[in-house]
Design a protein around this ligand. Sequence first.
Ligand code: PLP
Length: 403
Amino acid sequence: MNIQQIRSDFPILSRTVYGKPLVYLDNGATTQKPRCVVESIADEYYSVNANVHRGVHFLSQQATELHEGSRETVRRFINARSTNEIVFTRGTTESINLLASSFGEAFMQEGDEVILSVMEHHSNIVPWQLLALRKGIRLRVVPMNDRGELLTDQYEQLFNDRTRIVGITQVSNVLGTVNPVGKMIATAHAHNVPVVIDAAQSIPHIPVDVQQLDADFLVFSAHKVYGPTGVGVLYGKEAWLDRLPPYQGGGEMIQHVSFEHTTFNELPFKFEAGTPDYIGTTGLAKALDYVTAIGMDNIAAYEHGLTNYAMRRLREIPGMRIFGEAAEKGSVISFLVGNIHHFDMGTLLDRLGIAVRTGHHCAQPLMQRLGIEGTVRASFALYNTREEVDALVAGIERVSQMF
Ligand code: PLP
């Protein structure tokens, strides 16, 4: 991988912050965008823009071809069997809300159970809690050990005849743990229970193959994989999506409407009410083409080396406490240093041009498990370098000396 060449594709990386070169280490929150993604958005607005699907005119047909071509790009990227299995949403959060609402409506009764892990993002907790309030279902939680690895034998013991669905993140946005989701899906299937994989933090970093995983549902956001904000994906096996009721009502999701009765469109449109972000889906497809050209295996190997280097360097800092020491770890490192508050560390690093995230990272139950309020989080992407890790380490040492 030619990192300098890659960095030059991301204009924002050459800007300065407070007169210092930007060191952008907040990729878990959102990634920066390569020129090809931003240009595809401008180009489509300038030269193709028209609403999709219902137009007979040239531009509408061209926009529809681009939009449906993007669906095919997503299908290929995650190796789904059919584009019918690719539903466009506004992001991971909306994908999970859609699923919890529709799946809950069709398949869950009072007393039924959902299994989640202790390291889920709020986006994979709260939609199920809303369902719990509506339907009286119960949440069961897979615990973890102190290294941040899920206890898979305890997971297996959570299944009973009321278990209806499992929701697990593939990579923790706080600990970086890469969970053994393939095995966890096999365990769930042995109990005839489907699984939704939150791939928000895995899709940008490792190859994801829904058929190999045998995932029933899988969700992710474009903006975390170098694409635009406001677009996401819900993958679902066709057999499951066919059985779920629509989530929102409106245009495109219908076949025929009368005041007496409405029939719904076929997949995937049944779940896509209203004008989709057809410009954003083109941006997502460009982003997926971009990482595909570099190679997801190459990206995974490069980031693995970078994360190992960062772990080694950070451990040298006196008072360093790292949260998440799993054997399988992605490119996210959460830490605290001595008694320095995470906000203070983040704010002072920012003054040095280093962008990290601080706080609970939308994973308050995990913070409770760790017995802390929050952490500082550095999260890497394919354009980060060892020099930037060195700048982070030097920055932390400088801040530490101030306390
Ligand atoms: N799930 C995980 C693991 C995440 O890291 C995030 C974002 O930080 C989300 C879900 C929510 O993603 P979005 O805000 O794009 O819907």
